[in-house]
Design a binder for this molecule. Structure first.
Ligand SMILES: [Cu+2]
Length: 136
C-alpha cells in the first residue's frame, strides 16, 4: 500500500523536471538577439545633475533621459557632432538615437555645472548601414 502511493508521485515529478530542463535552453536565445540590435541607455535628470555623468554608447543606440527631480531642467548638446535639445520640463522623458560618433558635451542650460559627457563609438561592422549594398 505504501509503495503504491510513492510510485504514483514519482511519475509526475519526473515529467515536470524534464520540462524545466528544456524551458531555459529554449528561452536563452531570445535576449541574445535583442542585445546585439538596439541598446537603450537611460540617464536620470535629477535636481541639478545627470546620473550617470559619463555615458558611452554605440552609434544607433537610443539614449533616454528621464526627469526624476522636482525642478525644471532641459537636455541640450552644447558641443558635439549631432545637435539636439529638449524642452524645459520637470517630468517625463526625452530620447534621441545617436547617429554620429564622437564626444557630446550635454548641459542643462538652466543650471551651470549640470553637465554630462556622452561618447558615441562607431559600429564595428556595417550590418546596419543605410547605404544600399553594392550589388549589380
Ligand atoms: Cu537643470
Amino acid at each position: 500500500m505504501a509503495k503504491r502511493s510513492i510510485r504514483r508521485v514519482a511519475g509526475p515529478v519526473l515529467a515536470v523536471a524534464a520540462l524545466a530542463l528544456v524551458a531555459p535552453a529554449a528561452g536563452a536565445t531570445t535576449p541574445k538577439v535583442s542585445v546585439t540590435k538596439v541598446s537603450v541607455t537611460k540617464v536620470s535628470v535629477d535636481d541639478n545633475f545627470f546620473e550617470p555623468k559619463r555615458v558611452t554608447v554605440t552609434v544607433g543606440d537610443r539614449v533616454t533621459w528621464k526627469w526624476d527631480g522636482y525642478v525644471a531642467h532641459n537636455v541640450k548638446v552644447e558641443k558635439g557632432p549631432q545637435k539636439f535639445k529638449s524642452a524645459i520640463k520637470s517630468e517625463g522623458t526625452f530620447s534621441r538615437v545617436i547617429r554620429k560618433p564622437g564626444v557630446y558635451r550635454i548641459v542643462c542650460t538652466l543650471h551651470p555645472g549640470m553637465t554630462m559627457k556622452l561618447t558615441a563609438t562607431d559600429v564595428p561592422d556595417t550590418t546596419t548601414s543605410t547605404a544600399p549594398p553594392p550589388s549589380t
